[in-house]
Design a binder for this molecule. Structure first.
Ligand code: NIG
Ligand code: FE
Length: 405
């Protein structure tokens, strides 16, 4: 008799097809097994190579597909009010930039968000979070940036953290104080950046409310010099940075972000070759946001071929926000990534799993089905992984597992 090594597990999923997202390609395993122990993956791979398990519970997946739980790595999920009225103005011909310059846009959401309590911010974000969770999202990044004062930014970040208590989801918070110039600093963007770097970043970092720092480097946002000051202060506070870069024009923000070894540079429709080279060198992820591209009717597509050629990892996210991407579907973001940007199915799926994890600095903890990673799974009623990208407005999620539960 052979001396089999018995591995004790909490739960095992058998008779599954796996897209481990750990490569090569989708990392497909036809007859796969996933085993969870202590909330982590103890084994994910072919049944024939699996150790012998004793598990408290065994789930027969009946041939369903398992992917890592999805990761939405760029959202502005916390805000009050909405911008449906602005949407109507845009339908009548006004541009996003015109509305922003006329005092609408981000600044109008700031007024509503400042007037909301922390409880109200949590309550209004929950339905949006639930929509994402219903599609298998297990981790989400949430930015501040509609408060623009220390108190209001703190309230947003606290509300974001609280969502992780309200639902079984991991929340990563990003401080986006440099999102817009608030009315009380009109005409004095430098003065506003003074308070961002002297008051807000030190306080919020000390309170542990921000996991990263972001900025909006744009003609209607902040200059490279102002962004540089924000990044310098973030780095001094020990916080990684990311950037809304090259969304409406080429400000050479991605290259600046790469100088600071940014986790990601996001949007990137106007990204140039120098920016791509800098990102490749720094290992900065390119997070593409096709929902914002679609909703603002942008026509300039990010330089996908050049990003591929340079080996820059591409992530995809909803950019869920009231102004440019009122979207709460990561499945739709994948469809848009393929349809509008011509990303492959593999690129789309990597973009909401492994590469999204890299964009959050969590590549060692989530994003693939590998032993040692968190046991965050999405189990799908599909015949091929391409169906996750192909359909529009259809949700084939069968079950969502977080930390093995
Ligand atoms: O990611 N570009 C800046 N920030 C958001 C838009 C925010 C808003 O319009 O409220 C974005 O597109
Ligand atoms: Fe954004």
């Amino acid at each position: 008799m052979e001396a089999a090594i018995l591995v004790k597990c909490d739960k095992v999923w058998v008779n599954a097809r796996l897209a481990t997202m750990a490569g090569p390609g989708l990392g497909v395993v036809e007859d796969g097994v996933v085993a969870a122990r202590g909330g982590q993956i103890a084994y994910a791979g072919p049944r024939t190579q699996a150790p012998d398990f004793t598990a408290e519970e065994t789930v027969d997946c009946a041939g369903r597909w398992i992917t890592p739980g999805l990761i939405d790595c760029h959202t502005h999920l916390i805000y009050a009010g909405n911008r449906a009225q602005e949407f109507e103005l845009r339908l009548a011909g006004a541009s996003y930039e015109e509305i922003a310059r006329a005092g609408g846009g981000i600044v109008s959401t700031v007024a509503a968000t400042r007037a909301a309590s922390e409880d109200e911010l949590v309550a209004s974000a929950l339905p949006r979070l639930d929509a994402l969770i219903a599609e298998g999202v297990t981790s989400i990044e949430i930015k501040s940036g509609y408060g623009l004062s220390l108190d209001a930014e703190r309230r947003m970040l606290r509300a974001a953290r609280r969502l992780a208590d309200e639902r079984a989801v991991d929340v990563t918070t990003t401080f986006l104080g440099a999102h817009a110039v608030p009315a009380e600093f009109a005409g004095n963007a430098d003065g506003y950046i003074d308070t961002v770097v002297h008051d807000m970043i030190p306080a919020l970092a000390a309170e542990g409310l921000a996991d990263a720092v972001d900025a909006f480097c744009e003609g209607i946002g902040f200059t490279r010099e102002q962004t540089h000051r924000v990044f310098e202060t973030a780095s001094q506070a020990g916080l990684p940075v990311k950037l809304h870069a090259e969304q409406l024009s080429n400000q050479h923000g991605a290259a600046l972000a790469a100088e600071f070894c940014a986790l990601s540079a996001d949007h990137l429709e106007w990204l140039d070759d120098a920016g791509i080279a800098a990102m490749a060198h720094a290992g900065t992820v390119a997070t593409l946001l096709p929902g914002a591209f679609y909703f603002t009717r942008e026509t300039r597509v990010p330089p996908i071929d050049a990003l591929r050629a340079a080996g820059v990892p591409i992530a995809l996210a909803t950019d869920s926000n009231p102004g440019t991407s009122p979207m709460t579907s990561l499945l739709l973001a994948m469809n848009m990534g393929a349809t509008l940007f011509r990303l492959t199915v593999e690129e789309c799926l990597l973009g909401v799993t492994h590469h999204a994890a890299l964009a959050l600095g969590l590549g060692d903890r989530i994003g693939t089905l590998e032993a040692g990673k968190a046991c965050d799974l999405a189990i799908w009623d599909i015949e091929t992984p391409a169906e996750l990208v192909y359909r529009i407005g259809f949700n084939p999620l069968h079950a969502r597992i977080r930390r093995g539960q």
